[in-house]
Ligand binder design. Structure first.
Ligand SMILES: NC(=O)c1ccc[n+]([C@@H]2O[C@H](COP(=O)([O-])OP(=O)(O)OC[C@H]3O[C@@H](n4cnc5c(N)ncnc54)[C@H](O)[C@@H]3O)[C@@H](O)[C@H]2O)c1
Length: 362
């Protein structure tokens, strides 16, 4: 079989894809594309990529699959262009910046011969994979509460070295809503195994960076199909060290990830503990971490971050076997759309807003 020819678009975050793709025997990164010629040349030379493009449309002819590691507002137009040309798409997070463009993306996937995924890497964090496996084995009982937090002061990325605003200025913190929530919501929704039907969103007020519309901490409460609750906290503006956090509560189990500073992720499972006492999550790894994480395939042995490798490998396998990608366009919408519609809620004092189900788009 001919190898799948891969093009990386956006050379900064895009660079993280070289290791996984180089490990996979059936893929070849043949092109890199960036409008910044210096970044383009440096990346192509560093990773020994044969073809360089500053024009995305021109690059599409040379590849079978694109990785879109471009600014968030380009993800939908670039995905649609690739899908219309029959090229597979791995889109970085988040998939879209406007609700209206989500319909266009879903329709483009529906009519394309190619496959689409959003590369939500937190779904491939080892601890999140372990918890998911335990949930699927019924160890948490009925799951009804979860939390995801992403606290990362990225104010330094809002302007470039010449002082001009970057895409993050407009699309990550320029709109008051629960932006960039897929890292936090994605894994928790996988644990719940359902979608969000409505959100309520409130913020703390604009405190540290009056230049931006987004309130410093924004909190989104998500009601799931079965009536469960997921709390998402996003803060990309407050002066503080970074942290991300997850938790899960079910009728038979409870999980709290580490908040850093030496703390361990901890878990309590009714089926394993007579009393209500925490255990280190690591104690359950030998029994419940999926087999492929314990004994990775030979090609993954020097891949560095295993999660990044499985994220790419799963999508390639869905192409090779013509199966649905683990994070297909509908799951992508489940992760992305709550954050988009939270804009209406926060503008209306936290009033609940319905989250559309894109499986109904025709
Ligand atoms: N999954 C993660 O953990 C993670 C981490 C960082 C960034 N990201 C995502 O990756 C994407 C890129 O983020 P970044 O931090 O690398 O941003 P960045 O601004 O540092 O890099 C974006 C690159 O895209 C290039 N570019 C812009 N327009 C282009 C176009 N039309 N065609 C080709 N290249 C173009 C820019 O020149 C730049 O090199 C974003 O969507 C971001 O949300 C994800």
């Amino acid at each position: 079989m001919d190898k799948l020819k891969v093009g990386i678009v956006g050379a900064h975050r895009g660079s993280s894809y070289f290791q996984p793709f180089n490990a996979i025997a059936v893929t070849d990164i043949v092109a890199v594309c960036d409008i910044n010629e210096t970044t383009l040349k440096n990346t192509a030379e560093r990773f020994n990529v044969p073809h360089q493009f500053t024009d995305y449309t021109e690059m599409l002819d040379a590849v079978d699959l694109v990785v879109l590691a471009t600014p968030e507002n380009l993800h939908v137009p670039q995905s649609i262009e690739a899908l219309d040309a029959g090229k597979h798409v791995i889109s970085e997070v988040t998939a879209a910046v406007k609700l209206e463009e989500c319909h266009d993306l879903v329709r483009a996937v529906q009519k394309s011969t190619a496959k689409y995924t959003m590369a939500e890497n937190t779904c491939y964090f080892k601890h999140n994979v372990l918890i998911r496996n335990m949930v699927e084995k019924g160890l948490f009982g009925e799951v009804y509460f979860g939390e995801g937090e992403y606290l990362h002061n990225v104010k330094s990325l809002h302007h470039d070295t010449t002082g001009n605003p970057t895409w993050r200025y407009y699309w990550q913190v320029g709109i008051n809503r629960c932006n960039y929530a897929t890292h936090s919501l994605g894994p928790v929704l996988q644990w719940f195994g359902e979608r969000v039907v409505s959100v309520c969103c409130l913020g703390t007020g604009v405190r540290t960076d009056p230049e931006h519309a987004m309130e410093d901490t924004v909190m989104m409460l998500c009601k799931t199909q079965s009536g469960g609750l997921i709390k998402i906290r996003i803060d990309m503006l407050s002066n503080r060290p970074a942290n991300s956090y997850f938790s899960l509560q079910g009728t038979k189990g409870s999980y709290e990830s580490s908040r850093g500073f030496g703390a361990q992720p901890k878990i309590w499972l009714h089926d394993f503990e007579a009393g209500e006492v925490w255990k280190p999550l690591s104690e359950y790894e030998p029994e419940f971490l999926p087999e492929r994480w314990k004994n990775p395939p030979v090609e993954a042995q020097n891949v560095g971050d295993l999660g990044e490798y499985f994220k790419v490998r799963d999508f390639i396998d869905s192409i090779l076997n013509d199966t649905t990608p683990p994070i297909d366009v509908y799951r992508t919408m489940d992760f992305t759309v709550p954050g988009l519609v939270s804009e209406q809620s926060i503008a209306n004092g936290g009033a609940p807003v319905e989250v559309p189900d894109f499986r109904k788009v025709e």
